[in-house]
Ligand binder design. Structure first.
Ligand code: C2E
Ligand code: CA
Ligand code: CA
Ligand code: CA
Length: 275
């Protein structure tokens, strides 16, 4: 039994080492990818009740020579830990704003591009100054940019976050709360922070047509948004049955595979032309 115990312990440390080695390799590959701009950005439409696009969410992609295509669910948390998130976000923000400026030039001046902003950026960077500089460089009006933040941002340094968000708001940038309903913060912040949009998390939308808690929560979020004069977007809409429920609840903005998957930049012109 003693021998087995030792063997198990050895196996355990070996697999831990392997895990740590993998992580280290992934970490340095990500560092190279960010530095050499090996990342790219895809865009998922957000549509109105008639299925017409009013904007796109920018989503980062990484095709690694070493690891193949790595999900952002895996590498974004890594970038947050190893300090690469700032550089990564600047890349996505610049790429997305440049792209949105092209949409405008092509006659789609109403389209907004949405960029995900990690909580750590509020601490590490002068986010408002960064956004101002990127918009100027791209020649994009602030009204064409939306920032998606999570509830976690609103739980950090409240004074600082409030100041940054107020500055962005004063510029004309839109602020959306992403994955709404999955965080831990109190609802009081909805009154306090300059928020324009709530995005109903996919986990609730997924169950909104199944007669369980998902419906009740989706209904509550839609009605909360409306009574606070906020816009509300349902994310992860995959089924017609979900869309029917959302319509009945008065939700009029959607994002999800039912309408369109995230697409490479080359496909956007054809998509906008209705093809
Ligand atoms: P998110 O911000 O909630 O983005 C929505 C995710 O849901 C995207 O996954 C999108 O592809 C996926 N999705 C959209 N519609 C559907 C649907 O109908 N069904 C299903 N099953 N999924 C759908 P993705 O691109 O893998 O991104 C995952 C997460 O990674 C994002 O979640 C976001 O938190 C993070 N992320 C992605 N790009 C960036 C970025 O540039 N910066 C930061 N900070 N985070 C990012
Ligand atoms: Ca998002
Ligand atoms: Ca989301
Ligand atoms: Ca999410």
């Amino acid at each position: 039994a003693k021998k087995l115990g030792k063997g198990q312990f050895q196996f355990y440390t070996e697999s831990l080492n392997a895990e740590a080695r993998d992580r280290l390799a992934l970490d340095s590959a990500l560092r190279r990818a960010v530095e050499q701009e090996e990342l790219h950005v895809v865009y998922q439409p957000k549509v109105d009740a008639r299925g017409r696009p009013f904007g796109f969410e920018a989503l980062v992609r990484w095709e690694s020579a070493e690891f193949g295509s790595v999900s952002p669910v895996r590498f974004i948390p890594l970038a947050e830990e190893n300090g690469l998130i700032g550089q990564l976000t600047v890349f996505v923000l610049r790429t997305a704003c440049r792209e949105a400026a092209r949409w405008r030039a092509a006659g789609h001046g109403h389209l907004r591009v949405a960029v995900n902003i990690s909580p750590s950026l509020f601490r590490e960077k002068d986010l408002a100054a960064l956004v101002r500089a990127v918009l100027a460089e791209a020649g994009l009006p602030p009204e064409n940019l939306e920032l998606e933040i999570t509830e976690g941002v609103l739980m950090g340094d409240v004074q600082r976050t409030l100041a940054v968000l107020n500055e962005l708001k004063a510029m004309g940038v839109y602020i959306a709360v992403d994955d709404f309903g999955t965080g831990y913060s109190s609802l009081a912040y909805l009154k306090r922070f300059p928020i324009d949009i709530l995005k109903v998390d996919r986990s609730f939308v997924l169950e909104c047509d199944q007669g369980n808690g998902g419906l009740a929560i989706t209904r509550a979020i839609v009605s909360l948004a409306h009574s606070l004069n906020l816009r509300v977007v349902a994310e992860g809409v995959e089924q017609q049955t979900q869309l029917a429920v959302l319509n009945a609840l008065g939700c009029q903005e959607f994002q999800g595979y039912y309408f369109a998957r995230p697409m490479p930049v080359e496909q956007i012109a054809a998509y906008l032309a209705g093809g």
